[in-house]
Design a binder for this molecule. Structure first.
Ligand code: SF4
Length: 65
């Protein structure tokens, strides 16, 4: 699911220390930097959100570690 990344989201992401990217997912293989379920990770990685214009792409399989 893709939703616009608003300024409010960015503020709240910092304020509430939101975790939603692969780096905080139990299924992320740190050695190979891949998803244990084989999903593409590009749009779910922390660095993707360095660009404030990209949409938020929530991963349905995200499992907070
Ligand atoms: S399940 Fe989703 S959030 Fe978790 S590592 Fe795989 S692609 Fe990333």
């Amino acid at each position: 699911m893709k939703v616009p990344q608003t300024a409010i989201f960015r503020q709240q992401r910092e304020r509430f220390v939101l975790r939603f990217t692969c780096e905080h997912c139990a299924l992320f293989e740190r050695g190979t930097k891949t998803c244990a379920h084989g999903y593409p990770t590009r749009e779910h990685r922390l660095r993707y959100y360095e660009d404030p214009t990209v949409p938020i792409v929530f991963c349905k399989d995200f499992d907070l570690e």
